[in-house]
Design a protein around this ligand. Structure first.
Ligand code: JHZ
Ligand code: ZN
Length: 404
């Protein structure tokens, strides 16, 4: 296929089979109607951008009942409150600053901006989650962010000092239109700041569960720098953030308006040294993924043969990739507990494993718990200390299958 950024040739390196849209947690009766799509990733020989080879239509992904709640963990709430305070302190300092967020979800970041009385607008296509943001005082436009919406926002609200996105920019296949929109919206010295899953973390930790239909792109510093250049921006800063096992936050500005941080070159050097996105590296990653599948299935089958009770903990979008790729269904995992009300009573798409509220975990405790929300391990293990104290064991599969 042709690269969505530069038109170069994308060479596939990992095929995760036919999969449903990861966050379409459906009532059990409707599970059979859900469409499946090929899920595979490849790297562009031109601009190096790693991307999905097939796209799921956006209306299927970001529908009105989109269930993900970014405020669903203390880790996220604290991280985004800090991100908002940082923006207020560093960028939103003029007389009447304005910030636009691409995909504001339930207002986890803009809530802090709204509390500070600063002008803002969240643009999010998912009606239920947008209503949650509005309920906490965040101004929301229920739509997709692209060149068209950016022009409309500018016409009504004027230019923005910051356009922000977190775990949303890699979701948008039409990044050219997104950057044209950012160009329309930003003031001359404004910045586009976004934090997204990092291919370096995915490869280093064999975190293949970050690969699903929503994540169209798997950024590296090199590919983001190319992207910025191609659409009239300059990458001026890169910084690590702790979410989803380790992401990167990128800052883009208009060329020559900001002095680039030395961090940009440092990250590029590190990527050159590890050969990130190089065919050999991604082939090795694909092998490691297949090994995780073999080991995870063998572990669950052994425990089932021994008559042990195993349940899942956390049903992130990531759990859809793992269960469908590994062929794990209710026979090996009778249910998964998750704290999100919008997911409870539904099933994991494709794998059709029922999702129960967290109370089901305690009634009674299983012998083993497979931790799908591994990126929240600290918070979850602290909350469920009693499980481990009574002899329960956690099973993790990142960076490799381990029974803790
Ligand atoms: P979590 C999301 O992915 C969605 P997901 C999105 N597609 C994206 O791009 C990525 O973020 C990056 C539950 N949980 O945060 C809540 C408990 O049950 O890893 C969530 O369902 N108990 C926009 O879906 C899930 O785990 C708890 O104590 O991979 C975590 O989902 C905690 C802390 C969480 O995001
Ligand atoms: Zn390309």
């Amino acid at each position: 296929m042709d690269c969505r950024i530069c038109g170069g040739t994308v060479t596939e390196f990992l095929d995760l089979g036919r999969q449903p849209s990861a966050n379409r947690f459906v009532p059990p009766g409707r599970a059979a109607e859900e469409p499946l799509f090929p899920l595979a990733v490849g790297a562009c020989g031109g601009c190096t951008m790693v991307q999905l080879t097939t796209e799921v239509p956006r209306e299927l992904k970001y529908h009105d009942e989109y269930p993900y709640r970014a405020s669903g963990s203390a880790l996220h709430r604290e991280h985004f409150a800090r991100a908002a305070r940082d923006l207020l302190r560093t960028e939103l300092t003029g007389p009447d600053p304005f910030v636009v967020e691409v995909g504001c979800n339930d207002g986890v970041m803009l809530g802090t901006i709204a509390d500070a009385g600063v002008r803002h607008l969240g643009v999010d296509p998912a009606a239920e989650v947008a209503a949650l943001a509005a309920a906490r005082g965040v101004r929301v436009l229920t739509d997709w962010f692209e060149a068209r919406t950016a022009a409309a926002v500018r016409a009504v609200h004027g230019p923005a000092d910051v356009v922000f996105g977190a775990n949303t920019i890699c979701h948008l296949p039409y990044l050219g239109s997104v950057l044209a929109g950012v160009d329309t919206l930003l003031t001359a010295d404004g910045v586009f700041v976004f934090e997204e899953p990092y291919l370096g973390t995915i490869v280093e930790r064999t975190a293949f569960d970050q690969i699903y239909d929503e994540h169209v792109f798997y950024f590296t510093v090199r590919s983001v720098r190319e992207l910025a250049r191609r659409f009239g921006f300059e990458l001026v800063d890169v910084a690590p953030t702790p979410l989803h096992g380790g992401e990167l936050r990128y800052t883009l500005a208009r060329p020559g308006r900001r002095r680039p941080s030395p961090a940009v070159e440092q990250w590029l050097d590190r990527e050159r040294a590890t050969g990130l996105a190089h065919p050999r590296t991604v082939e090795r990653f694909a092998e490691a993924v297949r090994r995780v599948r073999t080991d995870l299935v063998a572990t669950l089958e052994r425990l089932a043969a021994e008559g042990r009770r195993v349940v899942g903990y956390g049903a992130p979008g990531k759990s859809t990739t793992v269960t469908n790729y590994c062929g794990i269904g209710p026979a090996l995992l009778p249910f998964i507990c998750d704290s999100t009300p919008a997911k409870q009573g539904r099933v994991v798409p494709g794998a059709r494993i029922p999702i129960a509220p967290p109370e089901a975990f305690r009634a009674p405790y299983p012998d083993f718990a497979l931790l799908f929300a591994w990126n929240h391990a600290e918070e979850i293990m602290a909350k469920e200390r009693d499980f481990a104290e009574r002899g329960g064991r956690w099973i993790v599969y990142v960076p490799r299958v381990q029974v803790l």
